[in-house]
Design a protein. Sequence first.
Length: 438
Amino acid sequence: SSNFNSKISLLIKYFKCTYAYWLKEIDPQFWFEEEAGEIPNKKKLQEIFNDISHKRIKQLDVQLTQLAQSKNIASRDILNDLMSLPGYNRIVETYRELPKRLFDAGIKSGRGNQWKVIFLFHIMNIADLSMIYEESLRDINRTLSWLIANENHRNIEELIQKTFSILKKQTELFPSTALNCMLNVGRGVYKTDERDLINFFTDALIDLGFQTPRISGVGNDWQIKANKTHLMNIRTWLELIELNPKWSTRLLSPLIIYLSLCGVFIKDTDLFPRDITRLLNSPIEPVYNLVKQLFRLFPVFFNDIGAEGRLRDTSTKIDEINRRKDVLIHFLRKQSHVESSNQILDFMEATLNFWKTGKVHFVEPFVPPSIYSQIDSKGPYIDGVRKVMQHFQEMGLTTFEDFVNIHEQKLKNYLGEISDASETDIEKVELAIHFYKL
């Protein structure tokens, strides 16, 4: 039938494309022999590479051509013969198994790990093996730890160079795996206690770049949308610095620059103070000034998760003033209670700017679309507080620094002079300033 013929035709095209692709790639055995140098048992190597060698794929391609030229092309026998040919998935599976087979083959000569990692690097450079990239990265990670502990200085530098050239291409796709690999390589390098090697590793690490916060607003699930690997990158670098702060000035300085230029995003649920404590407990005396500069950039606000004590009481009072009906203040309160972060300070400033100007766009980056659509630039929750803020401007309170520095009694005196706003609105602004100062 025509349906049967079209299936066979499709299969032939599929296998033709598959074999043509792998024949365009360099022969894996030839590549491996070039990279690995002298190999004691080439016969064993031929067995390992046989299924994906160019020689074998050419044989399969000839077999395919013969099947395609058969007179009885529409027979079930031809279909069965086609189905028995190794396709793309089977070739990928062979590539997946090869590092382990090379490791086993090289155990006697003491080169198993070296052979394994050489072929893992090859896998990472073949575009059509992308589905096994992450797994291969993890394998590189494990194997490198052993090699760094057992290889000589020159070989380690070469391994670091190859690893980081691969990581540079894959960091965007697999940031967590790449960072984990960097950390493990770093631990191994620091253990060698060779300063030149540590500097070589550090330069390679810095060259990879840094995961910035990339904050892009708040989703309707009330979660801040940010780069999840930003904090992991900070923690990776901090953990490496802790290993030998004195020899980590090359890493401390770029970290300070990155955080100064790109910002920091840390939630109090991330329990970041523990990371700070660990670094403080390491021998930081020789780099004390750099560590002090770094710590000034970290928003370590709370001892507990979520707003507690006066912070919680104040935010609750502001919300209760309008019986939780002011959607902006209700969201601000919930954010500070449940998942507080250094964004809260910026959010508070945006809210005060909105109250001062009546321009809603100030708060847009900090609230979900569903909340933003409910915020009015006029009405009972903004008109009164705008009058209070305008009075402040007339009295010379124009910057956030003015709010932070003003004495409590002086603030009360200013508020007492306001006659064209309700007591509720005056108290709301007073509490908001207290909340901001906390």
